[in-house]
Design a protein around this ligand. Structure first.
Ligand code: T46
Length: 141
């Protein structure tokens, strides 16, 4: 594991606002590679129809950067770097959370009908996942 991954902390994971274009017909938010996001988007996916009380995530990534948006409704993200934890709430479509590699995350408290839109820096690769907390703690030590 690289020193870079080891030193990533929850404080590197920030919420930032996206531009919003408003008129009488509503709002548009556009996301352009590299101008709004600090990575190139290689994949887009979204979580929806999450049953009440169910959590998602529960893993970390070796290399993946992701930007999470509550495209509809709301949810909370618990971030954990092995030392510090923080909870972020997302509930507006023009705000998103950047999650760096090397951060354990759980997504909880999905509101009814919520949609978690995710922009990711890599295509899906199971080898990039750290799926057990024990492995995660070893990698961070
Ligand atoms: C993350 C949170 C926010 C694919 O085939 N392609 C994909 O792009 C993704 C994301 C998943 N899958 C498959 C892999 C599993 O068989 O879908 C199944 C469920 O995936 P997972 O358990 O990883 O789903 P979540 O919601 O727990 O986690 C996902 C992302 O994997 C993860 O990176 O941060 O959403």
């Amino acid at each position: 594991m690289s020193f870079e991954l080891n030193k990533k902390s929850v404080f590197d994971c920030t919420v930032f606002e996206l531009p919003k274009i408003s008129n009488r017909a509503g709002n548009i938010t556009a996301i352009n590679n590299t101008s709004e996001l600090p990575f190139n988007v290689e994949r887009v996916y979204y979580l929806y129809d999450v049953p009440s009380g169910v959590n998602r995530g529960g893993h970390a990534h070796h290399a993946l950067y992701q930007y999470l948006i509550a495209a509809s409704g709301s949810f909370d993200i618990i971030l954990d770097d092995g030392i510090n934890k923080k909870i972020v709430s997302l509930n507006r479509p023009n705000y998103g959370l950047l999650i760096t590699p090397g951060i354990w995350r759980e997504i909880i408290n999905f509101s009814s009908g919520s949609i978690c839109l995710v922009l990711a820096s890599e295509q899906y690769n199971e080898d990039d996942y750290i799926r057990t907390y024990d492995c995660f703690k070893k990698m961070k030590s």
